[in-house]
Design a protein around this ligand. Structure first.
Ligand SMILES: NC(=O)c1ccc[n+]([C@@H]2O[C@H](COP(=O)([O-])OP(=O)(O)OC[C@H]3O[C@@H](n4cnc5c(N)ncnc54)[C@H](OP(=O)(O)O)[C@@H]3O)[C@@H](O)[C@H]2O)c1
Length: 302
């Protein structure tokens, strides 16, 4: 027997077992992911988010439009005569500009005593400009963006606000981050970084509050057809806010971090798990460059 045959014989059995264990592990992971996917995207958990399960009131910020408005519509808590008469619910409006300071004691006073089951943190003042150094030097604009996207998230959620919101060992807090928080988005860097903060903050707090029975979910949508995205026509990958919110509410209690909608979950998986970071970064830069070109052209047209 030649030397190479000796070596082959010696490693044959260990290699066989290494291959078998790897194949078994990959199969178990695939089956687990498939079952978890069916649980979230087919079965869902829609019945959890209801007044009977979590509490009578849902507090939804930024509720005059877009994703939050549909959320209110679906949760049946909008101070809007159409929604009130349609669902027969009591509603209350608190007016506050989240891009300013000193608004939280007023909000706490208004919320005091309400049995709150759901807190949806959704509003945002603006995306910031499409980029480059000149936008980064626009400090007041960045301050407003950070106040609305970052400060409002922890100001509303941290004790004593959480206590003030009367979370009675049950309740759900939904923080709307963005797919732009999953990886850096050049030319929308401040927005992207602020959304990454919302995501990390929510996931960290979920770990802390889980044992207290409170669900804190980080929601990272890709494009939804709203005023903010300036997309009017909904498609499969850019759903209407109604469609997005209906899918998203099914994931509450099942995923601490979610893209909220199956096509977005697939896009999130491809962009973060399959694509190499350098290719993703080049692609995202290309997309934001063409968005900026369209934005500047519209500005020029008046
Ligand atoms: N649409 C998308 O494609 C998309 C994708 C990823 C993430 N998101 C995130 O989803 C969230 C909602 O976006 P959307 O598309 O639903 O936006 P939208 O249609 O523009 O609605 C935003 C809501 O927030 C309110 N708002 C804005 N600035 C505010 C401020 N400073 N203080 C208080 N309320 C304020 C607006 O009220 P007024 O109308 O009175 O200003 C409006 O009710 C945002 O956090 C956004 O980053 C959206």
């Amino acid at each position: 027997m030649s030397a190479s045959e000796h070596v082959f014989r010696a490693v044959e059995t260990p290699l066989f077992w290494l291959g078998a264990v790897t194949a078994a592990w990959l199969s178990v992971c695939s089956v687990y992911r498939l079952l978890a996917g069916i649980k979230v995207w087919v079965l869902g958990n829609g019945r959890l988010v209801s007044p009977a399960k979590l509490g009578k009131w849902a507090v939804v910020t930024g509720a005059t439009d877009g994703i939050a408005f549909r959320c209110l519509d679906i949760l049946a808590h909008a101070e809007n005569s159409i929604v009130e008469s349609k669902y027969g619910v009591e509603t209350k409006t608190i007016t506050a500009d989240f891009s300013s300071v000193n608004i939280y004691s007023h909000i706490e006073d208004e919320l005091a005593g309400l049995e709150i089951g759901v807190l949806g943190k959704i509003q945002l003042s603006h995306l910031g400009q499409f980029g480059s150094i000149s936008a980064l030097l626009n400090i007041p604009c960045i301050n407003r963006l950070l106040l609305a996207n970052v400060c409002s998230v922890f100001s509303l959620m941290l004790p004593p606000s959480v206590t003030c919101c009367d979370f009675r060992k049950k309740g759900a807090i939904l923080n709307i981050s963005s797919a732009s928080g999953m990886y850096p988005v050049p030319l929308l860097t401040v927005y992207s970084a602020s959304k990454a903060f919302v995501d990390f903050f929510s996931r960290g707090l979920q770990a802390e509050y889980k044992s207290k029975g409170i669900i804190i979910q980080s929601v990272l949508p890709f494009f939804v057809a709203t005023k903010l995205s300036k997309i009017r026509r909904a498609t499969l990958d850019t759903p209407s806010p109604e469609r997005y919110v209906a899918a998203e509410l099914n994931t509450v209690g099942l995923q601490a971090q979610t893209n909220g909608y199956l096509p977005h979950a697939l896009m999130g998986w491809v962009s973060t798990a399959l694509l190499p970071a350098s290719i993703l970064s080049r692609h995202v830069m290309g997309v934001t460059l063409s968005q900026r070109a369209r934005y500047l052209k519209k500005q020029k047209q008046g």
